[in-house]
Design a binder for this molecule. Sequence first.
Ligand code: GLU
Length: 436
Amino acid sequence: MTVVTRFAPSPTGTLHVGNVRTALHNWMWARKHGGRFLLRIDDTDLERSKEEHVTSIRADLAWLGLNYDGEERQSARFDLYEREFEKLKAAGRVYPCYETPEELDIRRKVLASRGLPPIYERKDPDAPVPGGVAPHWRFKLSYDAPITWTDMVRGDQSFDPKTMSDPVIRRADGSWLYLLPSVIDDIDMGITHVVRGEDHVSNTAAQAQMFEALGAVPPQFAHEALLVGTEGKLSKRLGSLGMGALRESGIEPMAIVSLLARLGTSDPVEPSTDVEALVATIDFARFGRAPARFDEAELELVNQKILHQRSYADVADRLPASITEARWNAIRPNLNALSEAADWTPIFEGPFTPPAPESESLAVLDAAAAAIASVEWDYQAWKSLTSAAKDASGAKGRALFLPLRRAVTGLDHGPDMGELLPLIDKDQVAQRLAHR
Ligand code: GLU
């Protein structure tokens, strides 16, 4: 059996970490099994679906490296839905309904006042049909047996169809709700595994019967616990943002992939640039039932660790021309985001004016300024400069190194000065040491 999975976003907005996680797990599962991963644009809601969102979904998946083996659009498949709908109609598995939303609402309230669950009550099929009203359509659940499946995350599931309402599948204007087209597509596209959020569990119960009514065996399901933010909801700065915002804030795609691959599993998050190795480890049995916590601080930490593994060749096309390989290697361990590399251009090449030195630093700076002309500008430069400044000023330790670091870089902390110094223009350094 070839594994076929799909990511089925509705193009009503941009992707956020929650749906990217769903996409990623579907992609990983297909890749792990040498299968196929499809992008299915769920755009039956023509009003709310926007082409710009389709474009950004594609771009985000490309940026994350989640390549897909085919793209389908539900809006191009209405003929198929019509044909399958007719079959269900002929088989008595869909039926027309004429209640207005107000009527349904009143009925729900009556049921609630009697302490009864708000389950839709089927009408007598022979009851007179109101004239001039276009019906909407419901799928008729079979009460013959409990609905059961073994979920790859949640284990054995069982629903009593009598406790469920027959779901509305089509509106009076002929437009489709999500449930039935999704099943028709999953069958038609040979989807073997559906990975999605646990908010779809009750949909699955209804859809399981739709698969059977259409003569198909349902796929395997993995319903994942939802992602929540550190404060219980996914609405903080990065969590609620789209991929575009994460990209702009300097987050590496592999940081997102590394984190979301493992979040909610019993395995530790490993900042990795090796996606193949990560793919091999996906296992739905290792996903927990509790909501997975998405923590921006964790994403930033993973991002840093990934950045620190990046070779110059990996990132050269995203760096300013001033950042050469040696410079990249020198600054890399101190970057939080790739975009910070650009902050180093003035430090390497000027123009850069360090902050005015404190008076107790002047002796060290004077000594270094006097010595620099005779310092050989190679990997020993920092050693030579500091030892000359030490001899002339008598300063040592922090009192020696900190004023020099500050004068050269404007910073109190940063890359190894021995590595950094010869990568900075010597005349620039001389000027900075003399700056008062
Ligand atoms: N368009 C649906 C959604 O975004 C797809 C759900 C599914 O994976 O079946 O929720």
